[in-house]
Design a protein around this ligand. Structure first.
Ligand SMILES: Cc1cc2nc3c(=O)[nH]c(=O)nc-3n(C[C@H](O)[C@H](O)[C@H](O)COP(=O)(O)O)c2cc1C
Length: 318
């Protein structure tokens, strides 16, 4: 059975990629992920802010309260990439997080020289300034992608937020700026409110499969519109979840929470599950069914669009 797929121009042995996270901070863990079947890994992100502020508070014993401690300085990140490159046979995707054009973008070239096979650019941002409009946000995004893609020879994918007014137009514009693929979608960590202490608390909660639905809709909508690759991230916990993302048009799926919860061996279980689903449905190759429920192939496209909204509301029965 052929699980190979092409993602960002890279040939992958199967569609399961380890998403950006601390999972690649440790070489042994990363080797276990590869042995369990991971087809590629994405390293955790380096942040635009790390290139402006020199000293790393993580290394400073007198770290002021509230300061951000970055696990890797840019130099340490390159060293880690180098270590992973030496030991791993699968593609390594580096991750940058930034949304304003600037000097930090030139670091992409160093990631390429250190052996990254691709760069995932994460636009994790919460725009709270009332004087900043959506056009200004998107112009900055497009210029950032354009500057990065022009400065490197490896593919660049863009991990986007679902909270854009005109997602389809933005996705196309990102592609015109040179992005080789989109990763759908960033998952925002929501702070919680503690009513006893009356405080706001940062809250790191792992995902659940319900979060996949938003991704499925947009994968299905964007898949026929884009020429580049689509990666799914957010809420993929079972083989069935991975199959759904592929049916909707994903070329690869990124997993984090399920691996943090169960450990690297879960990857082999997911792969076996995908294979047994393919066997049951008579598919030999991933390409036989990938995208078969996207907006252009789905027999009921209204189910993906607003037209179904009213019907869905009416379908509730006590
Ligand atoms: C502990 C943790 C650290 C993460 N760090 C990053 C990061 O550095 N960069 C990034 O783009 N995403 C990061 N993510 C988000 C994941 O890459 C992924 O998009 C998200 O967890 C949704 O996938 P999942 O449902 O499989 O967990 C992190 C997630 C977790 C749980």
């Amino acid at each position: 059975m052929d699980l190979t797929t092409e993602y960002l121009g890279l040939k992958l042995r199967n569609p399961l990629i380890i998403g950006a996270s601390p999972l690649c901070d440790d070489l042994n863990t990363t080797l276990r992920l590869q042995d369990a079947g991971a087809a590629a890994v994405v390293m955790r992100s380096l942040f635009e802010e790390q290139f402006d502020a020199a000293p790393n508070p993580a290394a400073d014993p007198e770290e002021p309260e509230g300061a951000v401690g970055y696990p890797f300085s840019p130099e340490e990140y390159l060293r880690q990439l180098d270590r992973l490159r030496e030991q791993l046979a699968i593609p390594i995707i580096a991750s940058l997080n930034g949304h304003h054009p600037g000097n930090w973008i030139s670091f992409g070239r160093q990631l390429e020289d250190a052996g990254a096979n691709a760069i995932e650019l994460n636009f994790y941002q919460i725009v709270t300034d009332p004087t900043v409009g959506s056009d200004a946000v998107e112009i900055d995004m497009l210029r950032t992608v354009g500057d990065l893609t022009k400065s490197v020879g490896i593919p660049v994918s863009v991990k986007v937020s679902p909270f854009h007014t005109a997602m389809a137009q933005l996705a196309t514009a990102l592609e015109l700026e040179g992005s080789a693929g989109l990763v759908i979608f960033n998952r925002f960590f929501q702070p919680d409110i503690d009513p006893d202490d009356v405080t706001v608390r940062p809250h790191l909660r792992l995902s659940d499969p319900g979060e996949l639905l938003l991704r499925l809709r947009w994968l299905a909508i964007l898949s026929p519109q884009l020429r580049g690759s689509l990666g799914a991230t957010g809420g993929i916990h079972t083989a069935g979840d991975a199959v759904k993302a592929l049916l909707a048009g994903a070329d690869a799926v990124e997993i984090v929470s399920v691996v943090l919860k169960h450990g690297p061996h879960v990857i082999s279980l997911l792969l076996r599950g995908i294979q047994s689903w393919m066997r049951e449905h008579g598919h030999q190759r991933l390409d036989d069914f990938r995208g078969s429920l996207d907006l252009s192939h789905c027999k009921n496209p209204a189910a993906l669009e607003r037209a179904n909204y009213v019907r869905t509301l009416q379908s509730w029965h006590h």
